[in-house]
Design a binder for this molecule. Structure first.
Ligand code: ATP
Length: 234
């Protein structure tokens, strides 16, 4: 039986009076990459925000290692071992690459990830370690954002749109490191607009539509047409 690391249970969340999620049940098993796909506004980012405490929800709606964590403060959830690579990277642009990475390692759990290991994953960051965030390309910023999340030695890493706005060759480089991250013992949820790319690396996927799950399973179980129908709600 797979070990369930993270799960949501009838997860409902939103913004003030606006409800964005209507009862989401999903699980992430240890060692797994779960792709979360869906059109703009489907609720993917809101789901990641609810899991990381950035959007509030009831405590029993999110469980991590079997413990209720829904509605806890983001810093507490991060310390439990869930790291977010946010959409838009959100680096401290005036700080150097290395300073950004070190910040990610504050209050880190013990584990395999260190500055040196991040630099061996992304050798360009070793060359740029003294450069400020402002001097980096979009792809390099994304590498720093991933490295910063790994520095916390999380059990689970949540990627929100890692390929957004990046050139195809850079996206390829970023996706190439994903298996290495998973092999190090980190499980992942991957929110991605590029459905083919996400499904090519995922063990399982969940497709969302208007705040609900419209299809879920292993990529090989469904035809492209079935996934497209679930994506667009047709
Ligand atoms: P995208 O790919 O565009 O980020 P998404 O699937 O991640 O889409 P969400 O960002 O989770 O979707 O948005 C779900 C719904 O919640 C949308 O209707 C969106 O307009 C709304 N929403 C998102 N953020 C806010 C906010 N801060 N305040 C109010 N409504 C929001």
């Amino acid at each position: 039986m797979p070990e369930v690391l993270l799960s949501t249970h009838d997860l409902k969340a939103g913004y003030g009076d606006f409800q964005a999620l209507f009862g989401i049940d999903l699980t992430l098993n240890r060692g797994e990459v779960l792709a979360l796909i869906g059109a703009n506004g489907a609720g993917k980012s809101t789901l990641l925000k609810a899991v990381t405490g950035l959007v509030s929800c009831r405590s029993d709606m999110v469980r991590f290692h079997g413990k209720e964590i829904g509605g806890q403060r983001p810093d507490r959830i991060a310390r439990e071992g869930i790291a977010l690579v946010p959409e838009g990277r959100r680096l401290f642009r005036s700080l150097t690459v290395e300073e950004n990475l070190i910040i990610g390692g504050e209050h880190a759990k013990s584990g395999a990830w260190s500055l040196e290991r991040i630099y061996s994953l992304f050798s360009i960051l070793a060359e740029r370690r003294k450069n400020p965030g402002t001097a980096l390309s979009g792809g390099q910023q994304q590498m720093v954002a991933i490295g910063r999340a790994l520095m916390a030695n999380p059990d689970v890493i949540l990627f929100d749109e890692i390929s957004l706005g990046l050139a195809p060759v850079v996206i390829k480089d970023i996706y190439a490191v994903l298996p290495k991250i998973v092999d190090s013992g980190v499980s992942a949820i991957l929110v991605e607009q590029d459905v083919s790319r996400a499904l090519s690396v995922a063990h399982r996927f969940v497709c969302m539509q208007e705040g609900k799950i419209s299809l879920a399973g292993q990529p090989s179980q469904f035809s492209r047409a079935e996934v497209t129908a679930a994506y667009f709600g047709t």
